[in-house]
Structures are given as structure tokens and as C-alpha cells.
Design a protein around this ligand. Structure first.
Ligand SMILES: C[S@@+](CC[C@H](N)C(=O)[O-])C[C@H]1O[C@@H](n2cnc3c(N)ncnc32)[C@H](O)[C@@H]1O
Length: 287
């Protein structure tokens, strides 16, 4: 399959053909049809993400019509609703979109809205991304996995879900992940005289380097599983601090060179405990 194209949807105006009633029901537009600052920011992020997702959907549609998309940490499911409204309902009516969120109240209200709006191709599940991996309510194979600002390690669980469900594409905009920063913090307490630990000595650097290291490890993990990975920014930094976009496209079997690189990097930063998070048994067999 081909590689994703760059998006062409740039500003925070509603998408072409987007229904005002839906945007109002999602509270992205006020009753008067106005955008406030927060919803303008969210709409901009979602719209830009749809700009990345649409060409991937088109690639999938070249092969089959009943494509499956799973959005983890969906929240109010802005992404799912806008994707269906703007594109799928017309161009991919057989596509199914599953919104997964740990919060049952958000899932309930998204269900009610989908019913009210007649969006039959959407379903919502009150599950953690981790629980979704084993859930019988989701298909065993999915085509596209998304996660927009899914909290903490939910992005890692979304990746694990995508890997276990053989996703062709994953589109991820991670939230802050505390796990790696926590592990880095612990290395400060132990006797580390390696100058590389200067990279995370100061608390602000622990957080920021932790975040960069997390996304680097995620990208390597995906490459290790045979994905081609593009890492870029979603929107300008002035719109969101959580702005890193990871687009992964499955190209082939696990890659021993990337597995080694991942292993070496984890060893280099002195965090062997992280191997459990970023390595799977499948990778150990391939290396
Ligand atoms: C910052 S919100 C983002 C919501 C939505 N994707 C968006 O961009 O508007 C993060 C969402 O992730 C959900 N969440 C947190 N941990 C989760 C987990 N482990 N599995 C699934 N959802 C989770 C939260 O309930 C929340 O709705």
C-alpha cells in the first residue's frame, strides 16, 4: 500500500458540507452558530487530523468497502462524528467506526447522539484501550486505529490494540505519558554517573525528554513491527502542546534492525523495565 499524503484541510472553519446541527450537538458550535476559543482549537485539531486520515481511508477503500476504524480514548467522539459526517457517510457507507472510551457517561452520550443523528455506522464501547484488545465486541481485524490525546499510556494500549488487530494504519496524537518520565526520575535516584542522564536531570527536562523518548520508543516499536512511520506536527504549537502526530503504515513483517535499535536505546538510557511496555513476544522471536 502507498504512503499517506499531506493534508489539505488547514483552518478552523467547519469542514465542507459539515452539518451545523451536528457541530452544535457536539457543542463545537454555540446555539448561535459561533465557535468559542476552545472549540475552535479542537475543531482545528480534528479537522487537520481528518486531513491525514482521509487519504488512508481512500487507500483502504481501493481494496474493500467494509473498512473498520477504531478510535481509542474517543471522549465525545468529535473525531468519529466529524469523519463520518464529512466523509464516510457519503464515500464509505459500509465503513464502521468504533469509539472506545473508558468513561461510560461519554460513551452513553455519544451513543445517544449517533442515534439521534442517524449515524448507524458508529458504535461506542465503554472500555479501556487495554480491555479493547481482548474484547469480543470488536472485530478481530481492524483497518485503521486512531487515538487523539488518549491519556497517558492509553496511546500505548492503542498501539498494542492496532498490532494485535493487524491494523493497516495507525494515526496517533499522543497525550503526555507519565510512565517513562517516572522511570527516568527513578534513575536519578540511583547512582548514575553516565553523562547522558544530564538530558533528564532537571524536572522540566525529565518531563520533556520523557515525552520525546516515549514517542521515539513508540515509533521504533511500530517500525520493529514492520510499519513505516512518519512523525510530524499536527497543528502549530500555539494551538496545542500535545501536537506530535505519528502516522504508521504496515509494510511487512517485523524488522530485526528496528528491534535491535529499540532494545539498544532502552539499554542506553538505562531503563530495562520499559522493555515490557515496548517489546512483544512476537518481536523477541523475530530478533
Ligand atoms: C483528552 S481526552 C481526548 C478525547 C478525544 N479523543 C478528543 O480529542 O476530543 C482523553 C480521553 O481518553 C479517555 N481515556 C483515558 N484513559 C483511557 C484508557 N486507558 N482507555 C480508553 N480511554 C481512556 C478519557 O476518558 C478521555 O475521554
Amino acid at each position: 500500500m502507498k504512503t499517506p499524503n499531506a493534508p489539505s484541510l488547514q483552518n478552523s472553519e467547519p469542514l465542507p458540507g459539515q452539518s451545523t446541527a451536528l457541530l452544535q450537538a457536539l457543542h463545537l458550535l454555540t446555539r448561535e452558530g459561533k465557535l468559542n476559543q476552545d472549540s475552535s482549537r479542537k475543531l482545528k485539531q480534528v479537522k487537520h487530523l481528518i486531513g491525514f486520515i482521509k487519504p488512508l481511508v481512500d487507500i483502504l477503500l481501493e481494496h474493500k468497502q467494509d473498512i473498520t476504524i477504531v478510535d481509542h480514548g474517543a471522549g465525545k467522539s468529535y473525531l468519529g462524528f466529524l469523519l463520518v459526517d464529512y466523509y464516510l457517510k457519503e464515500h464509505a457507507p459500509l465503513a464502521r467506526v468504533y469509539g472506545v472510551d473508558i468513561r461510560a457517561d461519554l460513551v452513553e452520550s455519544a451513543r445517544a447522539l449517533a442515534q439521534q443523528a442517524g449515524f448507524k455506522q458508529m458504535q461506542f464501547l465503554a472500555l479501556s484501550a487495554k480491555e479493547a484488545i481482548e474484547s469480543p465486541d470488536l472485530p478481530t481485524q481492524v483497518d485503521l486505529v486512531t487515538a487523539l490525546h488518549a491519556c497517558d499510556t492509553a496511546t500505548d494500549d492503542a498501539i498494542a490494540f492496532g498490532l494485535s488487530h493487524h491494523a493497516q494504519f495507525m494515526v496517533l496524537v499522543p497525550c503526555c505519558q507519565a510512565e517513562v518520565a517516572r522511570a527516568l526520575r527513578q534513575t536519578k535516584q540511583s547512582d548514575r554517573d553516565d553523562p547522558i542522564s544530564e538530558l533528564w536531570r532537571h524536572p522540566i527536562h525529565t518531563r520533556e525528554f520523557g515525552s520525546q523518548l516515549t514517542n521515539t520508543l513508540r515509533s521504533l516499536q511500530l517500525e520493529a513491527h514492520g510499519y513505516q512511520v512518519t512523525v510530524t506536527e499536527l497543528v502549530g504549537w500555539e494551538h496545542s502542546m500535545k501536537n506530535e502526530l505519528i502516522v504508521a503504515s504496515r509494510k511487512g513483517p517485523p524488522r530485526p534492525a528496528a528491534i535491535k535499535r529499540l532494545n539498544d536505546l532502552i539499554d542506553r538510557v538505562g531503563l530495562p523495565a520499559l522493555k515490557e511496555r515496548f517489546f512483544s513476544p512476537e518481536m523477541n522471536q523475530a530478533s
